[in-house]
Ligand binder design. Structure first.
Ligand code: IPE
Ligand code: IPE
Ligand code: MG
Length: 232
């Protein structure tokens, strides 16, 4: 059984899960946090090298203020509370997204956890926070344009060079993208990076997602034939 080098997950359905229980949406996000811990630990155990989790999109800032506030508090708490689990499991932690929208307190906690786990080697856990695919492409284009201007000449640009300007520079493209809650769309996620990623959807809501669901996704992945446009 081949284990994908990079698994990415659009963790969706927390709100619907909470509604099913007759609770407020934040209750679902809190339950989702438990799933994050279980899935992260399992991925590290089975040999996944990179696990990226879509936790909050640039568009999610448009949600009601109390939900956004609750989510950011949850993120902050996790940065502090999950440190031991990450150290114990030898997991390196990173956050990728538009830092301009994050509070200084949260940024400080992120920097701290990134620094504390920088030497860990088993798996890299990437939290995609305040991230969107179009934002990533734009910031890459802007930075490349700035470098061109600074150089005073047209700089060569190929796919590898462009990828090095993306926020995900240095991280291999996802092999497998999982989306929970039955939605079958990309929702402005890693648009460039998912060019040849295998997609797998499940109706299971994120707080209900378990190791067996992850295993099912990996089983499916193993049945796929990746052709990259070539003829087999
Ligand atoms: C995913 O769950 C978590 C975030 C987007 C922050 P949702 O909050 O989107 O849950 P649904 O889709 O409304 O059920
Ligand atoms: C995508 O879920 C973003 C995250 C899971 C963080 P959304 O719930 O925001 O996506 P849409 O609005 O259903 O496309
Ligand atoms: Mg959703």
């Amino acid at each position: 059984m081949a284990i994908p080098q990079h698994i990415s997950i659009i963790m969706d359905g927390n709100g619907r899960w909470a509604r099913q229980q007759g609770k407020i949406r934040l209750f679902g996000h809190k339950a989702g946090k438990e799933t994050v811990r279980e899935v992260t630990t399992e991925c590290a155990k089975i040999g996944v090298r990179y696990l990226s989790l879509f936790a909050f999109s640039e568009e999610n800032w448009n949600r009601p203020a109390d939900e956004v506030k609750g989510l950011m508090e949850l993120m902050l708490k996790s940065m502090i509370g999950e440190r031991d689990t990450m150290m114990k499991n030898n997991i390196r932690f990173r956050v990728i997204g538009n830092y301009a929208h994050l509070s200084e307190t949260l940024l400080e906690a992120i920097r701290q956890l990134e620094a504390d786990t920088a030497g860990n080697t088993r798996m890299t856990l990437i939290l995609m926070l305040s991230y969107s695919g179009k934002w990533d492409l734009l910031q890459a284009a802007r930075r490349f344009a700035a470098d061109t201007l600074a150089a005073g000449r047209e700089l060569p640009l190929d796919e590898d060079t462009f990828a090095s300007y993306l926020a995900t520079a240095g991280i291999p493209d996802p092999d497998l993208l999982i989306r929970t809650s039955g939605e079958q769309r990309i929702s402005n996620y890693m648009l460039w990076q998912c060019a040849y990623t295998e997609f797998w959807y499940t109706p299971v809501l994120w707080p209900d997602f378990r190791t067996k669901d992850l295993q099912q996704a990996i089983d499916e992945f193993n049945k796929r034939q990746r052709r990259y446009g070539k003829v087999e």
